[in-house]
Design a protein around this ligand. Structure first.
Ligand code: IPE
Ligand code: IPE
Ligand code: MG
Length: 248
């Protein structure tokens, strides 16, 4: 990434009408799914974890390069201690159970977000999973953990300030590429499609920078009901979009 032509958005695939390379999902609606069944919220999160498993496998089979899932936001700490602890427990359980299968399927685990804010056991599980799958190339499965786009930008800006202060970076060299290089997503393909389930139509502090030219899709499906078929439908919808990137 260099020079005046550097663009924050790669148009390589998208402009030619190819399928999305990088899809991100705001997995919402676990609580409502459980409520409809008169079950505790944790039952919804458990069913949501199963939807993650099938969706990741489907994404790899469909040839996506990256799938980013919003698993826990930097604002989700505001939930009850019980729910936070249930979510963290499920994340630990998920990682313990699924890493081997991911590895077998050529899936590389990554994370975005402030991982340091998680408990040590979870940090270690994440590190082990990332290390074990680091040579896989079929699909990047990116878990957004303790992720908030504003927090990500604050960390990037601090990094830039430090580089400016130490003389490594001149203020006039701060451009979109310099910022992108410091985001958690720096080595992922540009975001093509951002999906939110459960009928809510907001971004809730997810990938705000990266969504600049992403296609947005809001579906009513509650996250635990999401699956490969739902992902295929989303990708088909993406195929009908005309992306312009401001250029036409
Ligand atoms: C999404 O489901 C899971 C997380 C945010 C971790 P919710 O728990 O937000 O479910 P609703 O929105 O209450 O239905
Ligand atoms: C966004 O969902 C966070 C995740 C899916 C992890 P929320 O359910 O927390 O978002 P709000 O509170 O409805 O905006
Ligand atoms: Mg929600």
């Amino acid at each position: 990434m260099s020079g005046l032509s550097a663009s924050p958005v790669s148009t390589a695939d998208a402009a030619t009408g190819a399928g999305p390379r990088h899809v991100a999902i705001i997995m919402d609606g676990n609580g409502r799914w459980a409520k409809r069944r008169f079950l505790p919220r944790v039952a919804g999160h458990r069913a949501g974890a199963e939807a993650v498993r099938v969706t990741v496998k489907a994404a790899a089979d469909m040839g996506l390069k990256a799938l980013t899932l919003y698993a826990f936001s930097s604002e989700n700490w505001r939930r009850s201690t019980e729910e936070v602890s249930d979510l963290m427990g499920l994340l630990r359980h998920y990682l313990r159970k699924e890493i081997a299968g991911m590895d077998r399927n050529g899936i590389r685990l990554r994370t975005i977000g402030n991982i340091d804010g998680l408990d040590n056991e979870l940090i270690n599980l994440v590190r082990e999973g990332v290390e074990r799958t680091k040579n896989n190339r079929r699909l990047d499965f990116v878990l957004a953990l303790n992720y908030g786009a504003q927090d990500e930008m604050v960390r990037a800006i601090r990094d830039i300030a430090t580089d400016v202060q130490s003389g490594v970076l001149a203020p006039e060299d701060i451009d979109p590429a310099a910022i992108e290089a410091r985001l958690d997503t720096s080595d992922l393909p540009p975001l093509d499609l951002l999906i939110r389930t459960s009928g809510e139509r907001r971004l809730s502090n997810f990938l705000l920078w990266q969504a600049a030219y992403a296609e947005l899709l809001f579906v009513d499906t509650l996250w635990p009901d999401f699956d490969g078929e739902a992902l295929a439908a989303a990708i088909a919808d993406f195929g009908t979009r005309e992306r312009r990137f401001g250029g036409r």
